[in-house]
Design a protein around this ligand. Structure first.
Ligand code: FAD
Length: 416
């Protein structure tokens, strides 16, 4: 079967490689001159910065992405971070277990109960912050909840349901802590492109898809600057809204379009900086609950020194984006870094500040909203970070969404 994949981001490449491995004739169309989308490296003065992701895979080699890469024959080493997290309070670092030391005995008991509920309850629709407040009303706990959500989801803790955070916690228990691919994000997407080509798939770079042809409710092909091309199935990696906008007006019902228009992206700011001395000293995610903006950061060079020139460390911080005054948001982020690391101006150099919103967000659909990969058009599917099943974050969510797409594709198109 001839299958077109729109977009060579991580979702498109995973889908394309898996479908080519089944024997489908896969053609990937990518608007940009490179593959990887928001998951590849940008080389800058010997540092491996990135187009988006912080060179982290939420559940390392053992989560959905790690498992899928292994199955597709992609050779990439993914090293687990350790300890899983450190939390900065009052200029001191605490491991997860040491956080108890911050609380009096009655609140310690409440904290144990909260942790147990995160692991064993199912959560609900109410915002995570409200759910936490019912169990323990303490500013430090609210700050911890916000720090995690801003770091991992680019959301505040009152913008995501407790159900989603409980599911994420269960997945952390099940699949483990984050991992760093050696060589950064590019090692993953380059490995996928190699695997895709081995299976006979092709990529057309600088070839934006300008339209999706639909006849009698079934997909018929795509139009590109190269012309109108026929395909029996189309897998789109550009987000559900952009996918629908490539189809002729009237293809979808008003309700479907209304549902898409209500989808919210997650937006954020990443600050990449270097240091001549270790600031964190560990490979873990370094959560910064007391910061105004920054949710956390990573010092990646403890896992992969090749990400920075010899003798330097590469760090990346992440913050949720509030409002449109981007310069102010960036200044606040930098102020946070100065207060977290008192020697910041002496030891560090800011390499790049990137703002992620509009058509290049952190997540095309914010965590907690779960769309399926199928569309009302037969043979047209969505993949990517608009399609993340419950409890799966970021690129593990992308991989879990691609698995769902493969199930639907095989059932609908192949009858297996
Ligand atoms: C600041 C930041 C930090 C992050 N940190 C992490 C992290 O540490 N770990 C993690 O797991 N995830 C992280 N993420 C999220 C992760 O980067 C994304 O979820 C993932 O890369 C999304 O992949 P995708 O395939 O859905 O989309 P994309 O990467 O956006 O791919 C879509 C592709 O489609 C192409 N395209 C668009 N329109 C067309 C068209 N009409 N025709 C052809 N091609 C088209 C685009 O050029 C692009 O290449 C982060 C994201 C950001 C922004």
């Amino acid at each position: 079967m001839r299958v077109a994949v729109i977009g060579a981001g991580l979702g498109g490449l995973l889908a394309a490689t898996a479908l080519a491995g089944q024997g489908q004739r896969v053609t990937v169309f990518e608007a940009l001159p490179y593959h990887g989308g928001r998951f590849t490296n940008i080389e800058y003065r010997g540092y491996q910065l990135s187009t988006g992701a912080l060179h982290l895979i939420p559940h390392g080699a053992t989560g959905p992405l790690g498992a899928m890469l292994k199955r597709l024959g992609v050779k990439v080493q993914i090293v687990r971070t350790s300890p899983p997290g450190l939390f900065r309070f009052g200029g001191k670092n605490y491991t997860h277990n040491q956080l108890q030391d911050l609380f009096g005995s009655w609140n310690k008991v409440r904290l144990v109960k909260l942790t147990a509920d995160l692991r064993y309850s199912s959560g609900g629709d109410e915002p995570y912050l409200e759910w936490v407040r019912k169990r323990i009303s303490h500013k430090k706990v609210f700050d911890l909840a916000n720090s995690f959500c801003r770091w991992a989801l680019s959301l505040d803790a009152n913008e995501v349901s407790s159900r989603e955070v409980v599911s994420i916690t269960k997945n952390v228990d099940r699949f483990g802590a984050p991992g760093v691919p050696i060589g950064g994000c590019r090692a993953v997407v380059d490995g996928l492109v190699e695997a895709l080509k081995r299976q006979g798939g092709t990529i057309h770079y600088q070839t934006p898809v300008e339209g999706i042809t639909v006849e009698d409710g079934s997909v018929k092909g795509v139009s590109t600057p190269e012309g109108e091309l026929e395909f029996e199935a189309v897998v789109s990696n550009i987000g559900p809204k952009a996918t629908a906008s490539l189809c002729e007006k009237g293809t979808f019902t008003r309700e479907y379009m209304h549902g898409l228009s209500s989808l919210k992206a997650a937006e954020g700011i990443k600050i990449s900086f270097s240091s001549d001395t270790p600031l964190v000293g560990h490979t873990c995610t370094f959560f910064t609950p007391e910061a105004e903006r920054v949710g956390g950061l990573v010092e990646l060079t403890h896992i992969d020194p090749s990400l920075a020139p010899k003798g330097r460390h590469l760090l990346m911080s992440h913050q949720k984006l509030y409002g449109n005054n981007i310069e102010r948001e960036i200044e606040e982020g930098i102020e946070d870094l100065r207060s977290i690391f008192p020697g910041f101006d002496e030891h560090c150099e800011i390499l790049m500040v990137q703002c992620y919103r509009s058509h290049w967000p952190v997540n095309r659909v914010a965590s907690g909203t779960h769309l399926g990969p199928e569309t009302p058009v037969k043979g047209l599917y969505n993949v990517g970070d608009g399609i993340k099943p419950q409890g799966f974050m970021e690129t593990d969510g992308v991989a879990a969404g691609v698995e769902l797409m493969l199930e639907k594709f095989n059932k609908d198109m192949r009858g297996v």
